[in-house]
Ligand binder design. Structure first.
Ligand code: MG
Length: 163
C-alpha cells in the first residue's frame, strides 16, 4: 500500500457583528469605516477564519479553545498575535503552509483596495510569499444581516505539508 501524502487541509469560518464606535480590523490592517466589528479581541474576522483553517488542518480544535473569549488576557488583543501563536503551533507539529485561500463578506466599505496590504501583513507573519495567500472579497447583495451591514463574515481554507 502506498503511503499517504503528508498533506492536511483545513477550513475556517468566522462572523462578527458590526456596530458604530468600533474599529474595523480585517487581515491585520484597520480600514476606515463608520462601522466596526464587535468582539472580545480586535474582532479581525479574516485572521480568525485563517486561524481556524490552520488549526483545523491539524485537528488542533479551534481559536476559542486556545484563546477564550472570556479571558481578560485576550480583551482587545491584536489578532496578529493570535495568528503568530497558531503558526507556532503548526510549526511545532512539524507542518508548513502550502497556501491559504480566503473570502471576506462585507457590504461596505470596499475591501478590494486593501487586499495587497493584507497579503503583505499576513504573509510576513506566516512566512509565505504574498501569492501563497489569496484574499477575495464580496458583498452580500444587500440581503440578510451581511447585506444589511449588521455583520461581517470570512471563510478560509489552508493546505499544510509535513516539513
Ligand atoms: Mg472571531
Amino acid at each position: 500500500m502506498q503511503a499517504k501524502p503528508k498533506l492536511r487541509i483545513g477550513y475556517g469560518v468566522d462572523v462578527h457583528q458590526l456596530a458604530e464606535g468600533y474599529p474595523l480590523w480585517i487581515g491585520g490592517i484597520q480600514l476606515p469605516s463608520p462601522l466596526g466589528a464587535v468582539g472580545h479581541s480586535d474582532a479581525d474576522v479574516l485572521i480568525h477564519a485563517i486561524c481556524d483553517a490552520l488549526l483545523g488542518a491539524l485537528a488542533l480544535r479551534d481559536i476559542g479553545f486556545h484563546f477564550s473569549d472570556t479571558d481578560p488576557k485576550y480583551k482587545g488583543i491584536d489578532s496578529k498575535i493570535l495568528l503568530k501563536e497558531v503558526f507556532r503551533l503548526v510549526s511545532e507539529k512539524g507542518y508548513g503552509i502550502v497556501n491559504i485561500d480566503a473570502t471576506v463578506i462585507l457590504e461596505t466599505p470596499k475591501v478590494n483596495p486593501h487586499i495587497e496590504q493584507m497579503q503583505v501583513v499576513l504573509a510576513g507573519i506566516l512566512n509565505l510569499a504574498t501569492d501563497e495567500i489569496s484574499i477575495k472579497a464580496t458583498t452580500h447583495e444587500k440581503v440578510d444581516s451581511f447585506g444589511e451591514k449588521r455583520a461581517i463574515k470570512a471563510y478560509a481554507s489552508a493546505l499544510l505539508y509535513e516539513l
